[in-house]
Every structure is written in structure tokens, then in C-alpha cells.
Write a protein that binds this ligand. Structure first.
Ligand code: ADP
Ligand code: MG
Length: 578
């Protein structure tokens, strides 16, 4: 084939592919246009999951009749005039591509009447073929109807997910925008049924209930952090409320929904050691920064942004979330599964335990934010939150029973030991990180994923007593083991530390280290069913009293249940009956 310039139609369809991937992308672009137009009410009608109809109408500023043709042209925008402007963008749109792209892969009708104008105008575009502008009576604002999406790109149609999935996508999208713009009224109808109606009153919790369900929404913690040129608002979940994936993590930056792995990491890091491995928080967080502090022009669908000072942003996100977690002081209770109600009588049990280890911490990878550097000391909680306990004994070879000034404590021996070992290891007390040299080095071959982790973390492993070197493809030679694991088979020990280490992660250095250590602790801690001697029991309770975060194990499970005097009295009817 000879080189030739592509016909306009083909070129626009290719460009459209970047902007319009699925019905939800059309909804997003049209909704953003309405928001840019200053709408106070946005009504969205969807039929057949967007394949039949997507209609978005608003009461915004409208489009003058003489600009209607331009609006659907490529690279036509009223929001930007020079390249310079790209660095002060205050609108959601700026590329001038959306209407043209959508119109090239659907049948689009545009009806608009600007504020202060007597009448409106209408225009249709059919698979990129632009019709004539006609005068038409219309309410102030703009209506865009998109019918038969992808009718002329059958390949696209094939890639669409099932209707239910596409519908959910749209629901989730509109709900998140409604959360981001609580002063705008959003009405969403799917096949004639109202699925979302927000009041525009600014009350976000109502909308949150739509996103997560009433129960979950009620539990979400409010986040608010204001510093110069930075504002973080929104909601994040208490430590007991988690999901098995990151899908419920939403970030908006300057009113724009973005997908940003580093922001996600910053959030997850704020929950450090309070979440079980493989569990993730839910969050809907809204970041406001100066327009010049963020580059929004890095992705055709504008789903990614680049910050001028990422470290500052990430650490602020962390501070804001952590503050919300710290402010949350749950009421002790025994109803429901115990770990849904973290047990804490007077102090929220969320000390930032890592802070003490910063000095010895390895330097963060250059491209990743140094999340610890800016943490102010005054937010650390005092250590030793447990009162002195009097040990009573062991029950069921699994729990220790102890008495404190404020009631009874049931301690899970395994979880408690995990916590104790974890804090000792992370502090690198010499006894805890001692290595036991093997008489004969052991050779182990690992699964490729696990091998990659070991290869990357050789120095980390060495710090905790695992001296390991690369010996061949995916093969390692182990010359020493952590003393804590000396009874295990060396190959098996290395395996349990690194296998199934969740591949999809690109966790921060600190997180990898903590997770490796948590795994060592899990193996080394006494198991349920082990009969502990009196001395061992006493040592465990004393060690636990000294922990910074004695009430949860490194995976976020509780180490103990507290039966307060008050609770006991109520349960026995001694209170209120007198
Ligand atoms: P962009 O939003 O990047 O400018 P679009 O293709 O989405 O590009 O829209 C092109 C232009 O059409 C916008 O710049 C705006 O002037 C006008 N426009 C589109 N939708 C609306 C609307 N709902 N209300 C007012 N003007 C609109
Ligand atoms: Mg736009």
C-alpha cells in the first residue's frame, strides 16, 4: 500500500476511539459539558444501557445559534485559546473533541438556547455528517441526544459488556459526579425509571447512600483537610469496613474523576497494618489544588493527571485520611462480629506505629512519594494504651483471660503474638531480627512471581535474617533464616513469606517491607491449640502491654475483646434495675 492521508471520517473515528470507549464515556463527556456550562440541574436519560439513547440536558449557559456548527466540529472549544491556557484550566473540557467524536459514531442531536436569547437552535449530526442549523423553541440550556451509539462501528459494539454492566458503569459514574458536585441537582433515569435524584442541597451523605448502600454509607468517616492551596474532602471507610479490591476507591482532582495508582497507594498507606493483606478501604475523596499545580492534559479521556508536587499531595491525602481515622472513636460493644467494632474505650486505637521507625527506613524509591517525611509528631498517639493486666489463665488452648481496672480482656494468643513480633521486628530489636546461619545452604526454586519479589527485596529480607542470593533462574540459595523461623524448613519458610504476594500491587517500599514482616510474624507466632506455659502467657501479656497498637494484629484483626465492667453489669442486669 502507498502512504495516503486518511479520509476525514476515518480519522475522526480513530480519534473517537480514544474518547468514546463505551456508553459511560459519552455520559461523562456530556455531563462534564453541562457542568462547565454552569448547570444547576442535569437530567440524564438512558435507554438500553446507553445503546438506545443517551440524553443529557442542562439549564446552563447554552450555545448561541451561530456557534452550534462549531460546537460539533473537531478541536472546537470555547474553553481554551492558547497553549498557555493549558496550565490554568478551570473547566472539565478543553480538548474540543467530545461532541465531534461522539457525533462521528452515533446519531447526535443538539438543541440549545443561550441565557437571554429569545429562541433556540437545533442541529443533527449523523455518523459525522453534519446537518443544517434550524431555529427551534427550547428552554434555556442545552440538550444533547445520542442515539444508536456505535451503529457505524460494529467492531466497537462487540466489545461492549452486558447491559447490566454498562448500566452499572453509568450509575456509578453519575453518582460519583453527584458526590463531587453536591450543589448541582442530578436526575438519572434508566429505561424510564428514576435511579438517582439528588437535591443539590450540598448534603453528600444522601448521595453516598446511593453509591454504597445505606448501611455502609452510615459508617463512612468524613474527611476534611485544608492547607494552603490544598483542600481534601470526602469520605473514607473505618478500618473494619473493607473490600477485596480497589474498585471502591474514587478520587476527584479539581472536579475531575481520575484514576491514579499513586493516590490509591497514599490512601492505602494511611491504613497501614490496620487492614488485612488483600483488603482495601472504600473512599470517595475530592482534592482541590490550584489549576497550575496539576497537568490535566495527559490522557485523551482526561482520566489521568500529573501533579507538579506529587509528594506534597500524597502526603496531604495521607494526613487527611489518617486524621479521619484517628478522630473516629468507636463505642465498645459485643454485638455483631467482634472486629466490626474495634474495641477502644477512651483512645482510638490507631497510633501511627511506623513513625518511630523512620530513621532506619530504607529511602523511598525516587519516583514514589516519601510519605513519612512530613508527618508531624503531634499526631502520634502515646504508646502503651493497654492498662496493666492481671493474667488469669488460658482457655481453650487459644485465648488468654486477663483482668484490667476496667473489666475483662479475652486475648487471642496467636493474634497477640503476631502483633508483639511485628512491632519488635519493625523496630529491629536485635533479638527479633537475629539470623540463624544454616549448616548447609538450602536451594529453593520459586514461582516466577514470588521470585521477582525475592529478587527485588533481597536487602529487605537480609535485614530480617533471611540471607538469600540468586542462584539461577527463579532459584535462590538461602544461607540463613530468621531465628524466629529456625524450626521451619528453609525453603518452605521463604515460600510462605513471598508466595501469593498479590501481584497486581505496586506498593510503596514501606508497605512491601511491612507485609513481608507481617508474614514472618504470622508463621512465627504461637498457634491456637498450643498450650502456653504460665511464663509464656505472662510474657505475652507484658509484651502486648508495651505495644504501640496492642489491639489489632498486623493484618488488622483484633487481638482482644474487652468486656467492660459496664457491659458486664448491664448484661447481668445490675445496672438500671436498682
Ligand atoms: P470541550 O468541552 O473540550 O470544549 P466539547 O466537544 O465537549 O469540547 O464541546 C465543544 C464546545 O461546545 C464547548 O467548548 C462549549 O462551548 C460547547 N458546549 C458543549 N456542550 C455544552 C453545554 N452543555 N452547554 C453549553 N455549551 C456547550
Ligand atoms: Mg467537553
Amino acid at each position: 500500500m502507498t502512504i495516503h492521508i486518511l479520509p476525514d471520517e476515518v480519522a475522526s473515528q480513530i480519534a473517537a476511539g480514544e474518547v468514546v470507549e463505551r456508553p459511560a464515556s459519552v455520559v461523562k463527556e456530556l455531563m462534564e459539558n453541562a457542568l462547565d456550562a454552569g448547570a444547576s440541574l442535569i437530567t440524564i436519560r438512558i435507554e438500553r444501557a446507553g445503546q438506545g439513547l443517551i440524553e443529557v440536558s442542562d439549564d446552563g449557559c447554552g450555545i448561541p445559534p451561530e456557534e452550534m456548527l462549531l460546537a460539533v466540529g473537531r478541536h472546537a472549544t470555547s474553553k481554551l485559546s492558547s497553549a498557555e491556557d493549558l496550565f490554568h484550566i478551570k473547566t472539565l473540557g478543553f480538548r474540543g473533541e467530545a461532541l465531534a467524536s461522539i457525533a462521528s459514531v452515533s446519531r447526535l442531536a443538539l438543541v440549545s438556547r443561550p441565557q437571554g436569547s429569545a429562541g433556540g437552535a437545533a442541529l443533527t449530526v449523523d455518523g459525522g455528517r453534519i446537518g443544517a442549523v434550524e431555529t427551534r423553541g427550547a428552554p434555556v440550556g442545552t440538550l444533547v441526544r445520542v442515539e444508536d451509539l456505535f451503529y457505524n462501528v460494529p467492531a466497537r459494539l462487540k466489545f461492549l459488556k452486558q447491559d447490566a454492566t454498562e448500566r452499572q458503569q453509568i450509575d456509578g459514574l453519575v453518582t460519583r459526579y453527584a458526590l463531587a458536585y453536591p450543589h448541582v441537582r442530578f436526575h438519572l433515569f434508566q429505561d424510564g425509571k428514576a435511579v438517582l435524584q439528588t437535591s443539590g442541597s450540598g448534603n453528600r451523605r444522601e448521595t453516598l447512600a446511593h453509591l454504597y448502600g445505606v448501611d455502609t454509607a452510615r459508617q463512612m468517616l468524613e474527611v476534611l483537610l485544608e492547607e494552603d492551596d490544598f483542600r481534601l474532602t470526602g469520605f473514607t471507610s473505618p478500618v473494619a469496613l473493607t473490600r477485596s479490591n480497589r474498585r471502591e476507591i474514587t478520587f476527584f482532582v479539581n472536579g475531575r474523576w481520575v484514576q491514579d495508582a499513586a493516590l490509591n497507594s497514599a490512601l492505602i498507606q494511611a491504613y497501614h497494618t490496620y487492614l488485612m493483606v488483600g483488603r482495601f478501604p472504600l473512599a470517595a475523596l475530592f482534592i482541590q489544588v490550584l489549576p497550575e499545580d496539576v497537568d490535566v492534559n495527559v490522557h485523551p479521556a482526561k482520566a489521568e493527571v500529573r501533579f507538579r508536587r506529587p509528594d506534597a499531595i500524597f502526603s496531604a491525602v495521607q494526613r487527611g485520611v489518617r486524621r479521619a481515622l484517628l478522630a473516629y472513636s468507636p463505642v465498645p460493644s459485643l454485638s455483631g462480629p467482634a472486629w466490626q467494632t474495634p474495641i477502644s474505650q477512651n483512645q482510638p486505637d490507631l497510633a501511627w506505629e511506623m513513625a518511630g521507625d523512620l530513621k532506619n527506613a530504607p529511602p523511598a524509591q525516587p519516583s514514589l512519594p516519601d510519605l513519612h517525611a512530613t508527618l508531624p509528631d503531634d499526631e502520634e498517639l502515646p504508646s502503651g494504651q493497654l492498662p496493666l493486666l492481671r493474667l488469669i489463665g488460658q482457655v481453650g488452648l487459644t485465648y488468654l483471660v486477663a483482668e484490667g481496672p476496667d473489666g475483662l480482656y479475652l486475648i487471642d494468643q496467636h493474634a497477640a503474638h503476631e502483633r508483639v513480633l511485628f512491632e519488635k521486628l519493625m523496630k529491629r530489636t536485635p533479638a527479633a531480627v537475629a539470623a540463624q546461619t544454616l549448616l548447609e545452604p538450602a536451594v529453593v526454586q520459586l514461582q516466577p512471581a514470588a521470585a521477582r519479589i525475592v529478587e527485588k527485596e533481597l536487602p529487605t529480607l537480609a535485614r530480617y535474617g533471611f540471607n538469600v542470593e540468586l542462584f539461577g533462574p527463579n532459584t535462590f540459595r538461602i544461607s540463613s533464616l530468621p531465628v524466629l523461623l529456625h524450626r521451619m524448613d528453609p525453603a518452605a519458610a521463604l515460600r510462605v513469606i513471598v508466595e501469593d504476594f498479590e501481584e497486581d500491587e505496586t506498593p510503596l517500599k514501606q508497605e512491601v517491607e511491612a507485609r513481608l514482616v507481617a508474614r514472618i510474624c504470622k508463621r512465627a507466632a504461637v498457634k491456637a491449640g498450643y498450650q502456653m506455659s504460665q511464663e509464656e502467657q505472662r510474657a505475652l501479656v507484658t509484651d502486648l502491654e508495651r505495644c504501640q497498637s496492642p489491639r489489632t494484629c498486623p493484618h488488622g484483626r483484633p487481638t482482644m475483646i474487652h468486656l467492660s465492667v459496664d457491659l458486664l453489669e448491664r448484661q447481668f442486669g445490675r445496672q438500671g434495675s436498682r
